[in-house]
Design a protein around this ligand. Structure first.
Ligand SMILES: *[C@@H]1O[C@H](CO)[C@@H](O)[C@H](O)[C@H]1NC(C)=O
Ligand SMILES: *[C@@H]1O[C@H](CO)[C@@H](O)[C@H](O)[C@H]1NC(C)=O
Ligand SMILES: *[C@@H]1O[C@H](CO)[C@@H](O)[C@H](O)[C@H]1NC(C)=O
Ligand SMILES: *[C@@H]1O[C@H](CO)[C@@H](O)[C@H](O)[C@H]1NC(C)=O
Length: 439
């Protein structure tokens, strides 16, 4: 018996470092000061429903609400048997002092709800902060953390060089395409190569649009078809971890969590010309996550429920004033273009099917129906099981959107209840955010 136990322990310690594949979602604690423990529990339940392993708690230094928010978050996570870990944000309100980083990890790192790599080392990430790289040898020595920062501003090899031996891996924030090109995996593979065996955490995001003059932010990146394409790329890249950007970053329109009025204070605080999130649900982007995450973790997945996800912007792209929003941002070395060049005025659909045989898609806008097609079959090819994608232009149609998927004339999925397509603009300004709804 004793011998067997020893053997088992030895086998455990020989497990490859990258055995676990985990999927996390970035959570902006700064948007959550009004959330109760019950609200946190709701968010956690929604995340658990779609197989997310943990929330990555983005915390800004000097945020006076951190202490109370973290108490609520950890109480909720413990009651739901969920996991959380910290991402220290070095940009939102300046760099974190080293001693505060150490004391927060010491305060929560042993909490049962704190996510530990390989069951033992508290997982810690950052949003930027490469200028504080010199703090981390001591932080690691003191806390024993597993350190996977995002220092994307330096690029893959720059970040690895800056890190020296301190890091256990890197996270990339490069989740959006440049210009009208499709997002590629080039940067992901560049990170993997530069890391030469250390862990890579890959970003996956559905959208990007921000118009917050008070924070000097006003640009968008192309999000059409991004979500599904990126999950396909996860299968190709096989990262050690995936981090979804984000659960609740409303200001940048890449939330996949629910929209709560009490988290939308930033639109007034940053003098936004429109509230581009109120009434714009992204719940649909969670619908296929159990399928995508199972594929990533298990190398394949069975279709347990055929389902459809539909996304679209509600304003045709030239219906309203741009709001000064640029397509792309020269701060990232990009050529800025008019935003309408980066989006299609289409209703996009992604349909999870066990087979496409005899399947039809009908897109109705304002009661006018049009037959849809699948332009992009799953990796297994046309007819195989998986996610089929396509879109149809709004054209001159306006009004309520209903997408119906049928097999042999029998409806298998119907999607409706999103915003109407309309040339009525809130405050005359274009809303570049898209709604995502599902069956
Ligand atoms: C992006 O990918 C889609 C589908 O794979 C393709 O039809 C389209 O031409 C691509 N766009 C660009 C700019 O490469
Ligand atoms: C959201 O919908 C409500 C109810 O229809 C409406 O009163 C409100 O003005 C809408 N908000 C925005 C920003 O469009
Ligand atoms: C799919 O279902 C079949 C039959 O139940 C099972 O044998 C197979 O392991 C499942 N595949 C995956 C990837 O779960
Ligand atoms: C696919 O799913 C539909 C609806 O659940 C079912 O009727 C059909 O038999 C399934 N087809 C295959 C090939 O599994």
């Amino acid at each position: 018996m004793r011998f067997l136990l020893t053997l088992a322990t030895a086998a455990l310690s020989l497990l490859p470092v990258h055995a676990a594949k985990e999927v996390f979602a970035h959570y902006i604690v700064g948007n959550a000061p009004e959330l109760s423990q019950a609200d946190w529990e709701d968010d956690i339940q929604l995340a658990q429903d779609v197989l997310i392993d943990a929330f990555v708690l983005n915390i800004a230094s000097q945020d006076p609400n951190n202490a109370e928010s973290l108490e609520n978050a950890f109480a909720a996570a413990n009651s739901k048997n969920f996991k959380l870990f910290f991402s220290f944000d070095y940009l939102a309100q300046g760099p974190w002092p080293k001693d505060q980083v150490i004391s927060l990890i010491q305060m929560y790192g042993n909490n049962p709800a704190y996510f530990k790599h390989d069951g033992s080392k508290p997982f810690v990430s950052t949003f930027e902060g490469p200028d504080s790289a010199g703090d981390w040898p001591e932080i690691k020595a003191t806390t024993g953390c597993f350190f996977v920062p995002d220092w994307s501003s330096l690029g893959p090899s720059g970040a690895v060089q800056r890190a020296g031996d301190t890091i256990d891996g890197l996270f990339s924030f490069d989740a959006w395409p440049t210009g009208s090109a499709n997002i590629t995996t080039d940067q992901d593979f560049a990170f993997k190569t530069a890391l030469s065996g250390k862990s890579y955490m890959m970003p996956v995001s559905p959208w990007f649009y921000t118009n917050l003059p008070g924070f000097n932010k006003n640009w968008m990146w192309r999000g059409d078809e991004l979500w599904d394409r990126r999950w396909e790329q996860v299968l190709e890249v096989q990262p050690d971890f995936v981090e979804i950007l984000t659960w609740n970053d409303y200001g940048e329109s890449h939330y996949i969590g629910p929209v709560r009025q009490k988290e939308l204070g930033l639109f007034a605080a940053a003098a936004a010309p429109i509230n581009y999130v109120e009434n714009i649900s992204h719940d649909g982007w969670r619908k296929l996550l159990p399928y995508y995450i199972s594929q990533y973790k298990n190398g394949g997945a069975n279709v347990t429920e055929e389902a459809a996800v539909v996304s679209y912007r509600s304003n045709p792209s030239t219906a309203c004033l741009t709001g000064g929003t640029t397509g792309g941002n020269k701060l990232f070395g990009e050529t800025e273009v008019p935003p309408e060049q980066l989006v299609d005025d289409n209703v996009f659909y992604s349909v999870l099917l066990n087979s496409s045989e005899d399947v039809t898609v009908t897109v109705s806008i304002g009661g006018q129906s049009q037959q849809g097609y699948f332009s992009s079959p799953p990796a297994g090819g046309d007819g195989s099981s998986g996610v089929y994608q396509g879109s149809v232009p709004f054209g001159f149609r306006r009004g309520n959107v209903v997408v119906t998927v049928a097999r042999g004339g029998t409806t298998i999925a119907e999607v409706q209840g999103g915003p109407s397509i309309s040339t009525l603009c809130i405050n005359g300004v274009q809303n570049w955010n898209a709604a995502a709804i599902s069956s």
